[in-house]
Design a protein around this ligand. Structure first.
Ligand SMILES: Nc1nc2c(ncn2[C@@H]2O[C@H](COP(=O)(O)OP(=O)(O)O)[C@@H](O)[C@H]2O)c(=O)[nH]1
Ligand SMILES: Nc1ncnc2c1ncn2[C@@H]1O[C@H](COP(=O)(O)OP(=O)(O)O)[C@@H](O)[C@H]1O
Length: 213
């Protein structure tokens, strides 16, 4: 029997959380463990942080460049978040899906809602809650990549984001990192296995049924 598991229909796995809850760390590990998963690298008008790498973490662009991309309909979705603009470029997503790969998004609730409206069968939305707002602050301070005023703004925005967690398909609390990672990986594996995504099964079944026994 062939080991070919194509064609298949890709998952658009969206991970959202308030800033500091741990979504970037969880997404990085999921990417490292799964070769068939492509990270959607967003465009943003916010400043680059210490430790970030341009075109790996984000494509950093000016306001004018971002506007030109909106005008060219180059985003699957975009939104204002924490005073900057962020968007998911359409072309790499279309390419990954056409090649049968899955796409991982680290985007906010507005982007999650938009992608789920545009791609209702393929979007899978995961929301990550912090154990407490006090712990959220501790993580943002420990990460030490943002100025105090930026941290305060993110904490102030956290409640607004948490209010939207009811719109998501899956929600869990990121207390213990390894346990949370296992939860995210299980969600991804289960969603990948859904029958309608695995269109190769039709041909596989016929081969099995034709096998002489
Ligand atoms: N709608 C949307 N949100 C995004 C996109 N890229 C990042 N975000 C969200 O913007 C928020 C701020 O991201 P960032 O500046 O990296 O801060 P962090 O959440 O502290 O890592 C987070 O909620 C991200 O998930 C995007 O392309 N579209
Ligand atoms: N389960 C956890 N327990 C303790 N610290 C964590 C946990 N998950 C993530 N962190 C730390 O919290 C900080 C914020 O995590 P990050 O992944 O950057 O969050 P986000 O992308 O949601 O803003 C980082 O320093 C990260 O190492």
């Amino acid at each position: 029997m062939s080991n070919d598991r194509t064609p298949r229909r890709g998952v658009l796995l969206i991970v959202a959380s308030p800033s500091g809850a741990g979504k970037t760390s969880l997404c990085r590990r999921l990417m490292a463990d799964h070769g068939g998963l492509e990270l959607s690298i967003s465009m943003t008008t916010r400043a680059i942080r210490p430790g970030e790498v341009a075109d790996r973490d984000y494509h950093f662009v000016s306001d004018d460049e971002f506007q030109a991309l909106i005008d060219a309909d180059a985003f699957l979705e975009w939104a204002h978040v924490h005073g900057a603009r962020y968007g998911s470029p359409r072309a790499p997503i279309d390419k990954a899906l056409s090649e049968g790969r899955d796409v991982l998004f680290d985007i906010d609730w507005q982007g999650a809602r938009d992608v789920a409206t545009k791609c209702p069968d393929d979007a899978v939305r995961v929301f990550i809650l912090p154990p407490s707002l006090e712990e959220l602050r501790r993580r943002l301070v420990t990460r030490s990549q943002d100025a105090d005023a930026v941290i305060e703004r993110r904490i102030a925005n956290a409640k607004g984001e948490i209010q939207h967690c009811g719109e998501f398909d899956y929600v869990f609390v990121n207390d213990d990192f390894d346990r949370s990672y296992a939860e995210l990986a299980h969600i991804y594996h289960a969603e990948r296995s859904r029958r309608f995504r695995n269109t190769w099964v039709d041909a596989y079944r016929e081969t099995l049924l034709a096998e002489a026994v």
